[in-house]
Design a binder for this molecule. Structure first.
Ligand code: UD1
Length: 370
């Protein structure tokens, strides 16, 4: 690998957002090193990333909670920055197992930040510590009607959202103590869809919590019908409204965030959303139109903790990063369906087993697929 190519450490790089971000980074001429423990992702992702991008993938298999390991990875690869996506994200699970979330997400972030301080401070030839962090629109709680801007009050309604809020606060304190830090906080709205190759996509373990994977599993026949949680919200058709963003646009947002941090040296917090809300029924109809698949559904009780509507004011991301979401709801549905229909059981289907047999694992945990 050429020394001129800037490297980036991508924690959680085998996950849904991480894998799509990997592809975009590589296409932008940045070489990502994936750090992942596959706790919530499939090893077959690695081979598929190699196929999409036409080059071997560098993987450090391990846990972000292991500070010594993270520091060693940073020293060996000397990345120009880190995109931190590793963490747990299931709201229901976080209510049932709060300590798993507080430990995994918060201690994971502390471990990474400490390792970065040890390697990048005082600022040396590697440049200042540069971090892009994955936060969530969940930190806004119930923000009422209208688009949500970054300066809206934050609140938490479950342990998962609480961990993201605590990490945001921690990053602010770290920045205040050491102004050398360059930190980009990205608050994601609702990422959906898949890479157009259908080689990578969202592959939730067990019953999906989120709308789009549940919907595609109904369409493929793995589930009998979609339950629409609530038909009596104060929205145009009574179902919940969200800001769905194509995963490819979201991944582009990470590249733009990294470039902006490197160009300006200024930290920021931005929403990554489209600025347009769609109701559950609108998503179902768009999916049926885009794919021709029938989607049986029933309107049931509201899901506890859900808000009526949540959509972004995305203007700050445009202003600071020069980024905006471009892909339509129709593309989101078509790409989500292509992924699901070609991989009915997610990564466990088809080529996955052949893929993992091509992997060669070296002693130090570095896995290179070629
Ligand atoms: C959820 C999480 C949020 C997390 C985000 C992305 C909750 C309360 N919030 O957001 O913290 O950051 O996922 O992982 O879980 N819906 C149905 N039927 C379903 C699934 C969903 O009607 O089977 C509806 C929901 O009521 C909502 C919309 O579809 O109106 C979107 O739901 P979902 O995809 O779970 O996302 P959020 O609830 O916005």
């Amino acid at each position: 690998m050429s020394k001129q190519v800037p490297r980036i450490l991508l924690t959680g790089g085998a996950g849904y957002i991480g894998s799509h971000t990997f592809v975009k980074l590589r296409q932008a001429g940045i070489e990502p090193v994936i750090l992942d423990n596959f706790a919530n992702s499939h090893p077959a992702v690695i081979e598929r990333l190699a196929r999409i991008t036409g080059a071997p993938v560098c993987l450090e298999r391990g846990d972000v909670l292991d500070r010594a390991f993270v520091e060693d990875v940073l020293r060996r690869h000397a990345p120009a920055g880190v995109i931190h996506l590793a963490g747990d994200k299931a709201v229901g699970e976080s209510v049932a197992h709060p300590l798993k979330y507080f430990r995994g997400n918060i201690a994971g972030a502390i471990s990474l930040l400490e390792a970065m301080e040890a390697v990048y401070l005082p600022v040396g030839p590697l440049g200042p510590p540069t971090l892009v962090f994955s936060s969530t629109a969940t930190v806004y709680g119930d923000a009422g009607t209208g688009p949500i801007a970054e300066d809206f009050p934050r609140r938490h309604s479950n342990p998962y959202g609480h961990t993201k809020l605590v990490i945001e606060d921690m990053l602010e304190a770290v920045q205040a103590a050491r102004p050398e830090w360059r930190i980009g906080v990205l608050r994601y709205f609702n990422p959906v869809g898949a890479h157009p190759s259908a080689l990578i996509g969202e592959d939730p373990t067990g019953t999906p919590n989120n709308l789009m994977p549940y919907l595609t599993q109904v369409a493929i026949g793995r589930r009998s019908h979609l339950r629409i949680f609530g038909g009596d919200y104060p929205t145009p058709d009574g179902t919940g409204v969200r800001d769905y963003i194509h995963i490819e646009d979201l991944a582009d947002g990470h590249v733009a965030a990294l470039r902006t941090l490197q160009r300006t040296g200024e930290s920021f917090t931005v929403n990554l959303g489209t600025g347009r809300g769609y109701s559950v029924l609108e998503v179902v109809n768009a999916f049926v139109d885009a794919t021709g698949c029938p989607v049986p559904y029933r309107i049931v009780e509201r899901r506890p903790g859900d808000v009526a509507q949540c959509y972004a004011d995305p203007s700050r991301a445009m202003q600071l990063l020069g980024w905006e979401a471009k892909r339509t709801l129709e593309q989101m549905c078509a790409d989500a369906w292509r992924w699901q229909s070609r991989n009915p059981q997610g990564y466990a289907s088809g080529m996955a087993s052949a893929a993992s047999s091509q992997a060669t694992e070296k002693e130090n945990g570095l896995l290179v697929i070629g």
